[in-house]
Design a protein around this ligand. Structure first.
Ligand code: BTN
Length: 241
């Protein structure tokens, strides 16, 4: 793998986008020990104190229409889930992009793309993993309960986690480029959080409530509210208690 490491950077996603615009090779990795302007989904910030977590971004050039790119987030989530399982921890995936341990968030994924009409110019897949046990301030900055990997695997090595993730992701991405997404989706669904449970999904400025029924073959979320079955390409879900 080619890549660059930063002790401290604004955001590895921003740096990866800059490099992608300059056509660095596919698979280029930008990693950092800390970020001063780490970003999450929905314009949230991603708290990234030096040494606290694993922060990295991958540059990709998938020749796919932009509408199919949310699938990359699912692939990255699955690859990370498999990497974590390999290290001995059980995880669930909160659609589309959060990794959970015992219902608490351990990692998030932010996929960003540049597109022109129907053509994708590049995609950047950014991943943040909570590694060191979190202090209360950071914990409360998450939208729902968070955890850190070392609370479950005290001796975990960042290096091996990253290497394992890259190995898994590369394999899944190669299959994906050949049009083999169904197998990955099946694997993803095995780890899907809240399946069969009542959830709320927020998308844009609307909310829906229903039972998380399934995922579509395109990776969309299928919710059944008792009367109708609705599909969502994007959104944020939470469990209704
Ligand atoms: C989320 O859960 O909302 C997604 C969080 C993604 C955070 C990672 S950390 C590395 C990369 N650089 C960023 O600025 N964000 C992503």
């Amino acid at each position: 793998h080619t890549g660059e490491y930063h002790d401290l950077i604004g955001s590895t996603n921003d740096r990866a986008k800059e490099l992608a615009a300059n056509k660095v090779p596919e698979g280029f990795l930008v990693s950092a020990n800390g970020q001063t302007a780490g970003r999450g989904r929905f314009g949230r910030s991603w708290n990234s104190p030096p040494g606290q977590g694993l922060y990295f971004s991958l540059v990709l050039y998938p020749s796919l229409p932009p509408v199919e790119l949310p699938r990359l987030t699912l692939l990255a989530g699955l690859a990370l889930a498999q990497a974590l399982e390999n290290l001995g921890v059980n995880v669930q995936i909160k659609w589309p992009n959060d990794l959970l341990i015992n219902g608490q968030k351990v990692a998030g994924i932010l996929t960003e793309i540049a597109a022109e009409a129907e053509r994708t110019i590049y995609a950047v897949v950014g991943i943040g993993i909570n590694i060191e046990p979190l202090d209360e301030e950071v914990k409360s900055s998450f939208a729902y309960p968070a955890t850190a990997l070392k609370e479950h695997l005290p001796g975990v090595s960042r290096q091996s986690l990253l290497a394992m993730f890259l190995e898994r992701f590369e394999k899944l991405y190669e299959e994906f480029k050949k049009g083999e997404f169904a197998q990955s989706l099946t694997e993803y669904k095995k780890r899907l959080a809240f399946l069969g449970e009542e959830v709320m999904i927020i998308t844009g400025d609307r909310e829906y409530i229903g039972v998380l029924h399934d995922l579509g073959e395109d990776g969309s979320l299928i919710i059944n509210d008792g009367n109708t079955v609705k599909r969502f390409a994007a959104g944020e879900i939470s469990l209704r208690r």
